[in-house]
Each structure stands twice: as C-alpha cells, then as structure tokens.
Design a protein around this ligand. Sequence first.
Ligand code: ZN
Ligand code: ZN
Length: 372
Amino acid sequence: MTQTFDQPTAEFVSRMRRATLGLASHELAALVVSPGPDLRYLCGYDAIALERLTALILQADSAYLVVPELEVRAALASPVAELGIEVLTWGETDDPYRLVADLIPGGGKAGVEARMWAAKTFALGGAGLNVTTGERALAELRLRKSAYEINCLRKAGAAIDRVHEQVSGFLRIGRTERAIAADISAAIIATGHERVDFAIVASGPNGASPHHLASDRELVAGDLIVVDIGGTMPDGYCSDSTRTYCLGDPEPAARDAYEVLQVAQELAVRHVVPGISAEAIDAAARSVITAAGYGELFMHRTGHGIGLETHEEPYLVAGNATTLEPGMVFSVEPGIYLADQFGARIEDIVAVTETGWESFNLRPRNLIVVPT
Ligand code: ZN
Ligand code: ZN
C-alpha cells in the first residue's frame, strides 16, 4: 500500500465537491465507494480491498469513511483527515452494513461504485439500503483530467517511452518471449513505475492474438514482435504503449500491412480535436485499414481511456458518440492481426487539448527493425 502526499489537497477537495454536486443529476442520495481507483481518486485513500467493509459514504451535506477498527491508522494517515471526512470505525462484532444503512436514511438511492465486491453490495441491500449503480456518476468525474492529472500521465508516458528505448537491446534470435518480458518488467520499474501492469511480448504467430502475454516461444529471424507494455507510477497513474519490432528484415506481407497500420494510427491521432466524437476516431483508423483490405483483421476497438486505471472511459469504439473534450486522455491503438502469421499494433496515449491533441508517447512509430 502506498500513500502519496505530494498531491495538492485542493485537487481532492475539488473532486469531492464535484461528486457531491453530481448526486442530484444522477438521482442519487449517496455514493458508496469501497477501496479501489474511485476511492483513491476522491480522497487519496489507497486502501487494499479486503473482506472487511471499508467505504466512503458521500451525501449532499456529509462525508463519512467507514473503516474496520484495525485499519483506522492507515485511513487517518491518508488525506482523508484533511478533507473533513468523518472517520467511523467498526469492531469485529459490529455490523458495518447496518452502520452504512443508518447513515443513509429515507430510502434514497445509494449509488455503489462498480468494483465493490458483489458480496458487499448484496449485504448493503440486505441491510435495507436502496442500492443502485454509481458507475456513471463516478466515471463522469474521472473522464476529464485536471492539469495535475495530465502532468502525471505525461510523466507516465515519458517513463514507458524510456522502456521502449531499451527494447531493441532485449531482442535476439533464440531468446524466449518470457525472458524478454522479464527484462522489460525490470526496466518498467527502473524507469520509475511502482508496479508492472503487463508486459506483452507477442512474437511471430503469437502476435496475431492481441492479448497474448508472453510464452516460451523463441524468437526467429523475420519475426514481428508486438511489445505492449504498461505500469503504474507511484502517484497511481498508468502508462500503456505499444511498438512493433522486427528481428531482421520483415516479410513483404508484414511490411505492407505495417505501412497501412502506421498511416491509420497517425491519421487517427491527428483527428483528435475537441468536439469530435469518440467513435469518429475509431472510424478514422478503421477506414484506412479497411480501404487497404485488412478491415477484417482489425477486430478490436481503437482505444480506451487511461488514468488511475489502464482501461477506463472514454472508449473509442463504434457506437460511442461521447464528444471529446479537453482533458480526456485515451489510447489510439489500431492493430492488424493475421492468424497463424503475424500481428502488428501501434499505441500512443493521447490527450485532447484546447485546440487539438498532445501525444504522451513520442517514440518513433515505424516498424523498428532490430539487426540480427
Ligand atoms: Zn491500451
Ligand atoms: Zn497497450
């Protein structure tokens, strides 16, 4: 468990205020938030989700943190105390669900955060709370990043760029994906991340599976290698970037597909501007890939939001008409996947600015050829 104190308290004050003000428009009497990214976002308490109930109860005129007695010191060491949140403790023989229900009288709707354990949600309902989802109310808060958050994500992007800078040195004929992933994981920590979230090394035919992790496959000459990596910085913000490498000269088919992919990715990024829809960015990438005849081979959405979680709103996918606004941050990561042969993907984290976009990943986007 890590607490970060360099974050201005004003940031949390503003988040709590916006959450409180948003209750009415979501027809909620309260938000009930258990440990996870939403709790960390609102009040800076980075608690571990355990079986004992910890929950922030936010209402129009009050804020309580219900914590097990044995965790009260950790809670008070977080910014919670500075934010005027009243800490209520419960002992081993108390019923914390009854305690929460008593805090929210009158049968008003209690919006529960999406990642609360089902057992806890049911127990809150069993204690008489009118439980509903608080997912929308909380996701909207995190959708537009503050200047502080933009800076955190920019630093995370620079850190993962420094890992990609080293990847060519890890790629050699005969090395396994797993060994390469281990080197990458060490580099993710060495570049300032607190935690490795994933180190995808997908070589040759494995590259055709977008979420292949790493296997004992040994690299051979001519392999395309999809390297999709990310971690969490000590401030809680995440990195996520993909580059595709080639060990020696690529096969013509792979080179041709890659050229199309790079045009698609760069074009989609250049489309980012306030006022455009999330699905229009997906369409921009997809139209290039489809026109070149690879449409069937790009089977996933173009991107996902990123912040305290690697995947959060907004999602760049057909059907999502969400209007992009300054402060939204997401990946732009089209891919082309040819079963049993190869895959390729390029991924940058991009922020919507007042006038257009800023990419937090700046490594070259061409196919990176590693000499054998
Ligand atoms: Zn991603
Ligand atoms: Zn990724």
